[in-house]
Design a binder for this molecule. Structure first.
Ligand SMILES: [Zn+2]
Ligand SMILES: [Zn+2]
Length: 373
C-alpha cells in the first residue's frame, strides 16, 4: 500500500476534518518531516471560530483551507541526495519558506519577512508561505504542521540536541521562540525590570525568557487562570490593570520609581499597549509581540515618542541568528520547568476540536497537538 498523508482542515467554523491526501513530494532544498508536536496558534482563536484570518493583508490570502499550523517539530522522513540532513534526524521547523536572496535571508533574519512568504508570490506561484511551499514542490500535501507529514525548507530546519525532549524543542516556535528573538532585538540586560501585559502564550514565552535573563518580571494581568501559571513560574509581581493605582504600584517596584526598563505587550490591544508605554521609563524599550486585526493605536508625537524617547520594536517569529542561543535556553532545566507550566494542554490531533475550544476559552497557556495520535 502506498504511503499517504493525513491533514487537519477546518472546512467551516467549529468543524474540523482529518483528510487523507497523497504523500508529499519534494524538490532540492526541501525535506519531508514526520510531525511529532504542532503548536496551536491562530488556528484556535481565529480560524476555528470565524475564518477571518484568511482575509489578512488587504484581502490577500495568507492562510488557506487546505491546511493549518506553522509550528512543529519532528523526525526527518525523507531527503534528496546531497542533503545536509539524514533520515531520522530530530528537527525544529521554523515557519515559512526560504528564498536565499532577500534582505531577510541574507542577514539571518526571520523567515516571515522573506520575500517567499509575502506578496507578491515567487514567479510562477499563486500562493505564499506554507501554501507556497506545498505548491513550489508540486505536492498535494505537506505545507502544514497539523498533519502526519510536512515539507520544510532545509534552511529553516535545525537539528535538536540529543538530550532535548521534543516538548521543549517545540517551544522554539511561537511562545519562547518569538519572545526570545524579540528580546535579543531589544537587548534585554540581566537585572532589568520587564513589564509584560496581555498575557497569552507569546507573553508567557517572554516571561520565561526574561526570567532566564535574571530580570525582575511584573505582569499586568486579569486572567486568573494565567495568573496561576505565572505564580508557578515564580513571578511575584502581578498588577490588575483595572486598579486605580496600577501605575503607582508598578513604579514602586522600579529603581527610584522611574518606571520599567522594558514594556512588552503580547495582546495587540491598544488598552495594554498604552499602559506599557505609560509605565516604561524614559529611554526605555517598548515591544509589540501581538496583533489583532482592525486594532490601531494612536500616537501623539511629543507625548508618546519625543518626550519618553522610547525605542519601539516588534517582529514575527525567530531570526535565524537567534536560533542557537534560543535552543541553548531551551536546554536549561529551570526553563524546562517553566515550559511545563506554560504548556497546559496536549491533545491528540484526532481531538483537535477540543484543543481549539480550550484555546478560545482562554483557560489555558500554550496548547500542543500530537499529529500522529
Ligand atoms: Zn528570502
Ligand atoms: Zn504561531
Amino acid at each position: 500500500m502506498s504511503k499517504t498523508n493525513v491533514v487537519l482542515t477546518i472546512p467551516e467554523p467549529y468543524r474540523f476534518e482529518l483528510a487523507e491526501r497523497p504523500f508529499p513530494k519534494i524538490r532540492a532544498g526541501y525535506a519531508i518531516v514526520r510531525n511529532e508536536y504542532a503548536g496551536v496558534c491562530l488556528e484556535g482563536s481565529r480560524i476555528w471560530t470565524r475564518h477571518d484570518f484568511e482575509k489578512f493583508y488587504g484581502g490577500l490570502q495568507s492562510d488557506y483551507p487546505d491546511g493549518l499550523g506553522h509550528e512543529s517539530v519532528g523526525v526527518v522522513e525523507q531527503v534528496l541526495p546531497g542533503s545536509n540532513f539524514r533520515v531520522g534526524d530530530r528537527v525544529v521547523i521554523f515557519q515559512g519558506d526560504w528564498c536565499g536572496h532577500c534582505h531577510s535571508c541574507l542577514n539571518g533574519l526571520s523567515p516571515t519577512y522573506c520575500t517567499a512568504n509575502s506578496y507578491p508570490p515567487k514567479p510562477g506561484m499563486k500562493r505564499v508561505a506554507m501554501a507556497g511551499i506545498q505548491d513550489w514542490n508540486e505536492s498535494e500535501s505537506g505545507g502544514w504542521a497539523m498533519a502526519h507529514y510536512r515539507i520544510a525548507p532545509e534552511a529553516n530546519m535545525m537539528r535538536i540536541p540529543d538530550g532535548l525532549d521534543f516538548k521543549y524543542a517545540q517551544a522554539a516556535n511561537c511562545s519562547c521562540g518569538a519572545a526570545w528573538s524579540n528580546q535579543e532585538i531589544m537587548d534585554i540586560r540581566p537585572g532589568s525590570t520587564v513589564l509584560v501585559a496581555g498575557v497569552g502564550f507569546i507573553t508567557l514565552g517572554h516571561v520565561i525568557s526574561a526570567l532566564y535573563r535574571n530580570c525582575t518580571v511584573i505582569a499586568l494581568i486579569r486572567n486568573k487562570y494565567r495568573e496561576e501559571i505565572l505564580r508557578r513560574m515564580g513571578v511575584e509581581y502581578l498588577v490588575d490593570p483595572e486598579d486605580a493605582d496600577w501605575l503607582e504600584k508598578i513604579r514602586a517596584l522600579t529603581y527610584e520609581g522611574q518606571g520599567v526598563d522594558y514594556g512588552i505587550d503580547g495582546s495587540g490591544h491598544p488598552y495594554y499597549q498604552k499602559k506599557i508605554m505609560e509605565a516604561t521609563r524614559v529611554y526605555g524599550n517598548i515591544n509589540f509581540s501581538g496583533h489583532i486585526p482592525g486594532q490601531s493605536l494612536q500616537l501623539e508625537g511629543l507625548r508618546d515618542v519625543v518626550d519618553p524617547q522610547h525605542t519601539f520594536t516588534g517582529q514575527h517569529d525567530v531570526r535565524k541568528i537567534d536560533r542557537e542561543s534560543l535552543v541553548r535556553m531551551l536546554c536549561n532545566p529551570q526553563v524546562q520547568k517553566n515550559i511545563d507550566a506554560m504548556v497546559t494542554h496536549v491533545f491528540p490531533m484526532s481531538k483537535a476540536g477540543d484543543a481549539f475550544d480550550v484555546q478560545v476559552s482562554k483557560q489555558c497557556g500554550k496548547i500542543f497537538l500530537q499529529p500522529q495520535l
